[in-house]
Design a protein around this ligand. Sequence first.
Ligand SMILES: [Cu+2]
Length: 764
Amino acid sequence: APMDYSTSLLRLTFLALGAALVLIVARSAFRLPLAIDAPAASFLHGAGGCTRFSPWACRSPRTEKSTPRRPSHESDVPRHPLDPLTVTEVSRARDLLRAHPPFASAPSALAVHALALDEPDKPAVRRWRKGAHALPPRRAVAVVRFQGESHVLALDLTAGKVAPLPVPASGYPTMTMDEQTALCAAPFSDPAFNATIRRRGVRLDDVACLPISLGWYGPEEDGGRRLIKSQCYSTEGTANFYMRPIEGLTVLVDMDTGKVVHISDRGAGIPIPAAKNTDYRGAANDDDDGTDRFGYQTVRAPSMEPAPEGPGFQIEDGHTVRWAGWEFHLKADARAGLIVSRATVQDPATGARREVIYKGMASELFVPYMDPTEAWYFKTYMDAGEYGFGLQAMPLVPLNDCPRHARYMDGVFVAADGRPYVRENMICVFERYAGDIAWRHSESPITGMDVRESRPKVTLVARMAASVANYDYIVDWEFQTDGLIRIKVRRPQNVGILMVKGTPYSHMNQVRRNEEMHGTLLSENVIGVIHDHYVTFRLDMDVDGADNSFVRVDMARQDTAPGESPRRSYLKATRHVASTEKDARVRLKLYEPAEFHVINPTKKTRVGNPVGYKVVPAGTAGSLLDPEDPPQKRGAFTNNQVKRLPTTRVKSGPVGCSCTRAKGRTRWVRGRTGTVRSRTRTWCCGTRWGSTTSLVRRTSPSCPLCRPASTSSRSTSSRATPSSSSGPPWRRTSPSVPLLPETMHQDTCVLEDNPRAHWAVARG
Ligand SMILES: [Cu+2]
């Protein structure tokens, strides 16, 4: 039960204050500044510095005092070509936008939906060396709305130039947080809405509404307007208001005007589920003295003290992470959440630094619900493109979300009014040790050798957690000492907070035989609706250089010839280098297994195989929807579990895609002044980032992983090095991989996996 609409602000508010007084609480929590147009420079200080668009991003004086180590964002400067826009740069971009002719006439009417670094071209980034080269010119791409129109603009922050870029043909930009928050209040401005709430015997103060993206279902639903649907819940008696839907009540709102367009009210006979036993807060089970009502032992994370010399990793210049031979650039992104770039690893045999991934990130999350009825059919969320995966990532909770020795990284994002704000502690980096063994071997007495080798499994994790309405996604990028990178997407709890449907039924004995419920009766008056979660990753692999090929290794039965062998059959691997995009569109089949390798055909291992990485989809699923079903057309990137895209498509700018309400096909453009090429057709969102997509099952414990396709003899020998030699032995393994030859230019791998609907169980 995931979903995503929503305003994290509301959730925070509910968590902090319990239910109640949504509007009033929300309004006061905004800490409205005296003047919206106060100088941006003061944005970090005091209540007056908070913009009304970033209520949770404001730093309270208390927070500042408790984190004196934190570098000042106001004086931060970019130090790497891929560093995200700084506070100063965002402010600069804002000034440029507001002075740009179309917007200068009414700058306060300008809404910034996205503003991000326009990354320099890959060759320039790969060439760049700290200290030896100046930073490439800093550029940005902005997606804005102004007087009912979308605009995409290229900003040259150094030269102070603004140039318009082509605007996607369909769809709208990611909603701003400000919009998502304001939309929660929109229904209350409509007397008919208030009347129907009262008719149900619900207090308006107890009602919380969430903006739910619409998808795209044809022009008759579109009308050229930026629309959204709002559905509401009763917060009475529980923080888990998601369990108390006011079913069948759907409010269509025009996002540009904030006005209610239409109200569909078909659920009058459906009771609001009871609040009893729905509260997930720990304190809800406590007695007055703070102990658990039933005497359950409270389990706390064991403390894991860093070594006296400090944690085993360093973060240099704010974004460059180094650990156990690994080095990568890490940053927060409003849309993708976190982005790992320029991941390289040191070869234990030669000491040389070897490239692995140029850029990797979540490109889209697609969550279609499987209920075609009026109040549910449109629930086909794109959590990244519509809501902003990074925008929804809340500050991590030290010691509970990340262990004691973790270090934290902030996100600098842009509010709708163009001002920068800081999302503190959005990413954490830490060494993980969970008691597992990375490698071991003991000799048996048979050989007479006294060998007992064992290395603890210590990994490095970069983590974020996005709270998209009721749903919390934890994304871990985990780096191993043997060269493996594992991307995990999890929800933290087996029993999460569900997006449920109200029903008149309180027991299965009331349900007619063969009645289609589109889900499971979880509790009295509550149905958990079947749905999918697809998380798509784009992995732009640069294994030992940018010249990589995508190889599919098909495994099939080979029959022996009569008399050839006592065996009648064996498994034979056949390698195909993808030469077209179609070649690298993978649909996984259990009895037609395959492996997926990204190789560098120009670089060979000692025995002559090309080096490469294997991309391993873990926990996969394929969409069962009709390919012509509107949600599936939008989410067509889920048609394949692994997909390679041509290099040319990898050039997509960071913010050029308009996902909200986009039709199946949309367009994106490269966002760079002077290099704007013709528009390229591609699927929105999933492949927007170009190259690869991996669909990950959100509910599986671990998802896709990239790892060496196999172990080279060199790495094996290094593993066998006695631990008494210099340095931690478990850090000496090789990422090199033997693979097959071939040529072809491509960029990435991918994987995917996704989930069939999960049937959740409600508490109570
Ligand atoms: Cu779910």
